[in-house]
Ligand binder design. Structure first.
Ligand SMILES: *Cc1c(COP(=O)(O)O)cnc(C)c1O
Length: 360
């Protein structure tokens, strides 16, 4: 029996590789998906529990309460972020899909760094676009000059992942400013800031300031990482009101579910508590990174909640070895291993392994 033909752009997709599952009965640390190791805050669990009693109803289609709470959260005395500049998705990957549906026609080009977030080529193909991958520099950073040069008159969208997943490096504000001046103003530039809460550097990117200045800039963020809501799937964009309205129009109706909306509002209220956890993870990142450098590992400085081991051809062997010790890491065959900064016990296992790998 034959089945209807799947579009070739979809049939040829690489399968999305989810983080490895923890085998039953094995005490293991899942450090493969850049999740937050802390369980949800009690105040967030309470809000979720209460919302569960009303899930026979559709969520608010306009996401009103969540939108207003986020707009207020993002606004400062110097800079107001109005609700009309926001759009949401079932995770920021879905929001990115909506951005591409809004701007990419069949055969249009989407430029992005590579190695970078593995969802980029997938969402590009599904939208009918053509992926243009721009290699990272030898020190695992985005090559913004090469990305500018990769833009053609077919380019509709450029994706800037900072900090870059999986290498952890971040571009600076002045670098992105120079870059934006060189990108045609009819090309959308997505600043994917999935890890923005973990950035601690001089000249840090102020993406919202750039979104005010450049109407073609779309900022993409998520509640999955620092805010610890990966299982509820909420991401959002901040853009010019006209652009945001287009993205909302292309979005799945009722995409962000009722429980997730309530959890976002509760999490924004608990931002101080959540930021304390982020600070603790950053302290662990510093401890791990410093120890790795002392061991002699060439690990790029990470501004995210993970570190990158450029292990090349040894990648799969070392990832398999880590698994035997309960550490479930994310290998990229032939390139390197990404390891999430987790609870201190997980990080300790990583440091033991990293020492062993050097002598094996
Ligand atoms: C994890 C991640 C996301 C977020 O995905 P969600 O769909 O919001 O969970 C987006 N961009 C990058 C680069 C990521 O690493």
């Amino acid at each position: 029996m034959t089945t209807p033909k799947i579009r070739s752009a979809v049939a040829s997709l690489p399968a999305y590789v989810p983080g490895a599952r923890i085998p039953d009965g094995v005490q293991a640390f899942k450090v493969s998906s850049n999740e937050n190791p802390y369980p949800p805050l009690p105040s967030v669990v309470d809000a979720i529990t209460e919302a569960a009693l009303t899930v026979n109803r559709y969520p608010d289609m306009g996401n009103t309460e969540m939108t207003d709470a986020l707009a207020a959260f993002l606004s400062t005395p110097q800079r107001e972020v109005s609700a009309e500049r926001l759009a949401f998705g079932t995770g920021s990957v879905a929001a990115l899909g909506h951005i591409l549906s809004t701007f990419v026609d069949e055969g249009d080009e989407v430029v992005f760094p590579w190695r970078s977030f593995e969802a980029y080529p997938i969402v590009t193909s599904v939208a009918g676009g053509k992926s243009v991958r721009v290699p990272l520099t030898p020190d695992h950073r985005l090559d913004l000059d090469a990305m500018v040069e990769a833009v053609t008159d077919r380019t509709r969208v450029v994706l800037v992942c900072t900090p870059n997943n999986p290498t952890g490096t971040a571009v600076s504000h002045s670098q992105v400013l120079r870059f934006l001046h060189r990108i045609p103003d009819d090309v959308i530039v997505v600043l994917d800031e999935a890890y923005v809460e973990f950035v601690r550097k001089d000249d840090a990117l102020d993406a919202l300031a750039l979104a005010d200045q450049f109407p073609n800039v779309v900022v993409l963020r998520t509640f999955s990482k620092a805010y610890g809501l990966a299982g509820l799937r909420v991401g959002y964009v901040i853009a010019h009101p006209d652009i945001a309205a287009g993205i909302r129009a292309a979005s799945t109706p009722f995409g962000v579910n009722l429980v997730a909306q309530v959890a976002v509002v509760a999490s924004l209220r608990a931002a101080d508590e959540l930021n304390t956890r982020v600070d603790a993870l950053i302290d662990e990142r510093t401890r791990v990174w410093t120890a790795l450098r002392e061991l002699g590992w060439d690990v790029p400085p990470s501004q995210a909640n993970f570190v990158w081991f450029p292990t090349g051809t040894r990648t799969e062997e070392l990832a398999a070895h880590a698994r035997t010790r309960g550490l479930l890491v994310r290998p990229f065959a032939g390139e390197g291993i990404r390891v999430t900064i987790g609870e201190p016990e997980a990080n300790d296992v990583l440091l033991e392994l990293a020492a062993e790998w050097l002598t094996q």
